[in-house]
Design a protein around this ligand. Structure first.
Ligand SMILES: Cc1ncc(C[n+]2csc(CCOP(=O)(O)OP(=O)(O)O)c2C)c(N)n1
Ligand SMILES: [Mg+2]
Length: 844
């Protein structure tokens, strides 16, 4: 948690504590109601559509009522009744009720310089949009006009955060105002931004790249007080709010790299639309882990750019609550509503929010209410759906004119003209920029890692010596004297001790522990999170030993060797999209680390499909951004019903192209060990999708002799060396291969080869060809899968196998097509599985 960097102001006479209540009970009674409900009668919507909600608790007459009203039913509305901690509520009341003299020094923007700076930002924000509109008519830009106070708001966030120790702002936002933010927060040269609108050679971006309002940007900001803050605007897909967990994961990784002081140095800021804030569940998932040790970033600043509309949908149709921001009320965090046309109030709120974050390590929400000057994008005509609203907006002056009037800046029109000339000159220059600017610099820690197509020279050896394996085993299977171990876990550790020393075959759980232990020992940080991952859904991991008398914890993986890297394994919240997005984000800023996300059952990963599609599969093609994230997806047909069988191999394999992913199904424990080590030790950074076993976790057929851990590498294909010249080659992945082997033994069949395809993508063509050749020119080739005909890898494999088979026929064995992945009946499952095995061995 952040250290307390700000001094809380001494209690003021008007604070809500019982001390002041006793000093003036009448005043306290009136104020108490306003502190709770004042925001309901606030003047929060510049256009006045969001009418004050008459609240009988709020007295209207008397000196105290007038005083309280000016504070709590003004252009700032604080919604904080739901905060449990009285000292936090009081902290806010104190600031809201500060006497003017103190407030001036701390919060009010009265200094002329500040006003000039704000005016300048407002003019720039507006004129920037207008120049884009004039010069690139018909292009989408998602104008910020109507909520341009966002720019001074962020200016103030940066100033305050910088004074409190921030060196970088990690910012996630969607379309609205993004180009404006790139210009005025990331401070990219306007030429670069305009160049994004100019035509580029289409051959340079065929089938890849992204639209300009999705691209990430980095830059340097000089704050009002002269501080420097690095800006990192995260690349973002159309899917609203999907960038939230990614931004938080990225922030956490940056903080973890820094170690002590990381929470102060890296501040996350998420900018949301009102419709998206209220409607998208992934935001709720992200906010839900804000205070959990595995995921906290010491508080995020959320800004709702609330234009009271989403595309054509009015705020009245967006949410059941009064404000879009009310969804945040389930957390014990403040929500500041503020009228986006009172810029001084916006700035004051921004400062309070950042100070609160640094004081309490908490999330904060700023709900800045304005309007949207144009249609959703500039090609939309909003008068079709909201004719009266847009009539009113048409007559409404831009914010900079209102602000200039308020502060008596008579030179504002002249300044606006000068700024317009500046942007127009930049626009003219933009045409001369030949290459599309990337607008971002990658951090140095990416220097040693590669993307693109796989090359053999990326490969590394992943085996360990027997001596190394037994040393790791010793550390993994022992615990401190006096630790009261659970008898079942004791037995498991005894078995693992035998596995590591060759007395018993090694199972998956031990194989994974050996992989993690070997990596942390040599300095590779490991981070794994997923539901119930510490124990393991299938009771297979036991990464944390729990003392049965006092629940003290001992983590063998954190006690492998002095100076080792950390091995962090977290039970996640019950979320897929939110947690997977976080871990993807983490992997983006920790390439040296092995970052893994585990699904409870592989099926549940489909709840996170947007993260898979938009970031994991397409991130490199769209944004040239790499990730080495591992997804562990339990998969296998075991009669447990439609939702506990399939991790949907077909969906991942369909996403595979240009070596964007690796997809593997290691069929034994040693293969899993080599695969994990390969992922960490190679410098080729590609997401790795692993279909992991369930019943096979401890099955003898899938266990491996310790000698297999000393092999050099992961095998993309496991050859069949038992059968010589085969007349039938069964090619398959995972569990079914072991069942086929058992069936072959039962049948005493000596002419059927069984080849395990361990890596589905990138397809190991040379290894597959070698297997075909080993077994002669005349064998039938049979793809065998457990999944129904409309699922599994079959569709992807058939054309490849046919191409490589030459004259040989290529056949398939699979379940019949089905809308549901698996039967709900264990008995029916048995019959189906038997049929698959029979068909696989039925020749001719
Ligand atoms: C998950 C998702 N659903 C739908 C859309 C289509 N869409 C793009 S913007 C938008 C409206 C967003 O409204 P709001 O969040 O209030 O932001 P604003 O555009 O008003 O700033 C919609 C529905 C989307 N991009 N993502
Ligand atoms: Mg909106």
């Amino acid at each position: 948690m952040p250290t307390q960097t700000i001094k809380t102001k001494s209690a003021l006479p008007s604070s809500n504590g019982s001390d002041s209540a006793s000093s003036n009970p009448e005043r306290e009674r009136v104020f108490s109601a306003y502190r709770q409900w004042g925001y309901l009668e606030g003047d929060l919507d510049p256009l006045g559509f969001l009418r004050p909600r008459p609240t009988p608790e709020l007295e209207k007459d008397g000196e105290y009522a007038r005083e309280a009203r000016a504070i709590y039913s003004s252009t700032i509305g604080v919604e904080i009744n739901h905060i449990y901690a009285p000292e936090r509520r009081r902290w806010i009341y104190d600031r809201m009720e500060s006497p003017a003299s103190e407030a001036t020094e701390a919060y009010e923007v009265t200094e002329k310089e500040d006003q000039q700076r704000i005016l300048d930002l407002l003019i720039r924000a507006d004129i920037f949009e207008q120049v884009v509109q004039q010069r690139y008519l018909g292009s989408k830009r998602f104008s910020l006009e109507g909520t341009t106070a966002l720019i001074p708001l962020v200016d103030e966030v940066l100033d305050t955060a910088s004074r409190l120790g921030a060196i970088e702002l990690v910012m996630g936002m969607s379309h609205r105002g993004r180009l404006n933010v790139i210009a005025h927060v990331a401070r990219r040269a306007p030429e670069e931004i305009f160049a994004g609108f100019e035509d580029v050679d289409p051959r340079s971006v065929l089938g890849s790249g992204d639209v300009k309002y999705h691209m990430g940007a980095t830059g340097e900001y000089t704050t009002r007080s002269g501080g420097k803050v690095h800006i990192h605007l995260v690349s973002n897909p159309s899917h609203l709010e999907a960038v939230d967990p990614v931004t938080i994961g990225r922030t956490r990784a940056k903080q973890d790299r820094t170690g002590e002081g990381g929470r102060e140095k890296y501040l996350p800021l998420l900018v949301h639309g009102d419709a998206a804030f209220a409607g998208q569940g992934i935001l709720a998932e992200t906010m839900n882990y804000a205070d959990l040790p595995g995921y906290t970033v010491g508080g995020t600043i959320h800004v709702v750019v609330n234009n009271l509309i989403g595309f054509t949908t009015s705020y009245l149709e967006e949410h059941s609550t009064r404000f879009a921001a009310c969804i945040a009320r389930r957390q014990s965090i403040p929500i500041f509503h503020v009228n986006g046309e009172d810029v001084d109030a916006v700035v004051r709120v921004a400062r309070m929010a950042v100070e609160y974050r640094y004081q309490f390590g908490s999330d904060v929400v700023i709900d800045m209410i304005g309007y949207r000057r144009h249609g959703h994008s500039e090609v939309d005509d909003p008068t079709v759906t909201q004719p009266l609203l847009y009539k009113k907006i048409k007559e409404h002056p831009p914010l900079w004119e209102i602000y200039a009037d308020d502060i008596g800046a008579t030179d504002a029109p002249a300044r606006a003209a000068a700024i317009r000339a500046e942007f127009e000159a930049a626009q003219k220059n933009a045409g001369t920029i030949k290459e599309k600017p990337t607008m971002r610099e990658l951090p140095r820690y990416w220097n040693n890692y590669f993307g693109g197509l796989h090359k053999p020279e990326f490969e590394v050896e992943t085996g360990l010596s027997s001596a190394e394996l037994s040393e790791l085993t010793q550390r993994l299977t022992t615990y401190p004297d006096g630790f009261h171990i659970h008898p079942k876990v004791k037995k498991l550790l005894e078995q693992r001790a035998e596995m590591g020393t060759g007395k018993r075959p090694v199972d998956y759980g031990m194989a994974e522990a050996l992989a993690f232990a070997s990596l942390v020992k040599t300095g590779t940080h490991v981070r794994l999170s997923g539901q119930d991952s510490r124990r393991g859904t299938f009771n297979q991991r036991h990464s944390v030993l729990i003392d049965i008398e006092n629940e003290n914890e001992y983590v063998p993986l954190e006690n492998i060797a002095p100076g080792q890297a950390r091995c962090e394994i977290y039970n996640s919240t019950l979320s897929e999209a939110g947690v997977l997005g976080f871990e993807y984000g983490y992997s983006r800023d920790y390439p040296e680390s092995l970052v893994l996300w585990e699904a409870q059952f592989g099926d549940f990963a489909n709840v996170a499909q947007a993260i898979v599609d938009q970031f994991i599969a397409a991130g490199e093609a769209k944004w040239n951004l790499l990730s080495g994230l591992v997804m562990l997806l339990p998969h296998g047909y075991e009669g447990q019903g439609p939702e506990h069988s399939s991790a949907r191999i077909e969906r991942f394999i369909q996403l595979a192209a240009k070596h964007n992913l690796q997809i593997a199904q290691p069929s034994n424990a040693a293969q899993y060990f080599h695969l994990l080590r390969r992922q960490a030790l190679r410098h080729w950074r590609k997401p790795l999708i692993v279909f992991t076993p369930k019943s096979m976790l401890r099955h003898p057929d899938a266990s491996s002799p310790i000698d297999d851990f000393t092999h050099k590498n992961f095998l993309n294909v496991i050859p069949d060396t038992e059968v010589g010249e085969a007349d039938r080659i069964l090619i398959c992945t995972g569990k079914i291969g072991h069942e086929l082997e058992a069936e072959r033994k039962k049948r005493k069949d000596t002419s059927t080869a069984i080849v395990f395809l361990e890596q589905l993508y990138p397809f190991p063509e040379a290894e597959v060809v070698a297997e075909f050749d080993r077994h002669g020119q005349h064998a039938d080739i049979v793809w065998v899968q457990e999944e129904p005909a409309n699922m599994g890898a079959m569709f992807n494999m058939l054309p490849r196998l046919k191409r490589l088979a030459g004259e040989r026929p290529v056949l398939t064995v699979k379940r019949s097509s089905s809308p549901s992945p698996a039967t709900g009946s264990a008995k029916a499952h048995e019959v189906e599985q038997r049929t698959l095995l029979t068909l696989a061995f039925t020749k001719g």
